[in-house]
Design a protein around this ligand. Sequence first.
Ligand SMILES: [Zn+2]
Length: 373
Amino acid sequence: MRWSFSLFTFRRISVRVHATFFLLLLWIGFSEAAAGAPPLQVLQSLGFILALFACVVLHEFGHALTAAHYGIATRDITLLPIGGVARLERMPEEPKRELAVAVAGPAVNLLIAAVLYGILFLTTGPELPSAPAIMRGEFPVRLLTVNVALVVFNMLPAFPMDGGRILRALLALRISYAQATSTAATIGQGLALALGFLGFFGNPFLILIAVFVWIGAGQEANMAQMRAFFSGTVVREVTVTEFHTVNSGDTLGNVTRLLLSSSQKDFPVIENGELVGMLSREALAKALPEHGERGSVQTAMHREVHTADAGETLINAFTRMQESGLRTMAVTQRGELYGLLTTENLGEYIAIRSAMSSRTPRIVWETPQLPQS
Ligand SMILES: [Zn+2]
């Protein structure tokens, strides 16, 4: 994720923090200080936020380490002001495993809450303070409360919350994955409507959560439809094999002519017979005013090349494409450049497959934009 910094790495999973997270800390610090809180209290509030996010990191590690148990790697865990995101390479296909991975996160918070309760029980007795006392209460009491809140919030049976995945996995034990997702998404969107309705009469924060849940449910349903649709297809079947490559030493003028004389938008860049980068239409348009027609491809190309193997499953490659917001991916076969996987071609593939089958999938096709260099 852009604008995020690595904090540390544990079990080969890098824990990152997004720049906006520091904004949250600044905002809390400033608003407390502006309200006339003494410095010690400001520090305490910041310490509490850090402890809360440590619990969020542990929650994400609950998911990541359970996934690792099933041989699924996690790319990274990123902390955002709204919470944590663990980017698992994929979700397990088998419902029981998805269930285990989804449950593991909230289970960690439940465990933390239990340990805190144990400590409080031993030090102050079994009585927990009342709600107003919690707000100004001791550090462990507040931490216990937010961990319980994290469990409740995450167990809401709606995507993108863990509860949504748990519901889907439970349904998928009986019905197909795509059907289970569609049912879970509908339940989630129903819940979002109810939350939004409540928000109008009570806490406006609920409206925000409702929007978040509504979008998450839609995306998840879309992804599952796509997955059902692409299942059994390998990348080779939808690879564009008639395409142009350019040399790193070519001029931008040459690429412009190639761009205008074909329908290709992204050009693989070759140097000494090897794929070294990709030149997109946008990068070309950006470099032309600066370097002119005589500028070289080298000055404009993206050096980071995303590739897919011709033999890998389409859904795998497509997931990576979506995550990186790519329009074109280079396809290799036995290490050699074989062709291009483009969203445009995938759209055509979907159109043809839908025309051939009587059941038309409900797919909203969005063309991802190439990241600007
Ligand atoms: Zn979770």
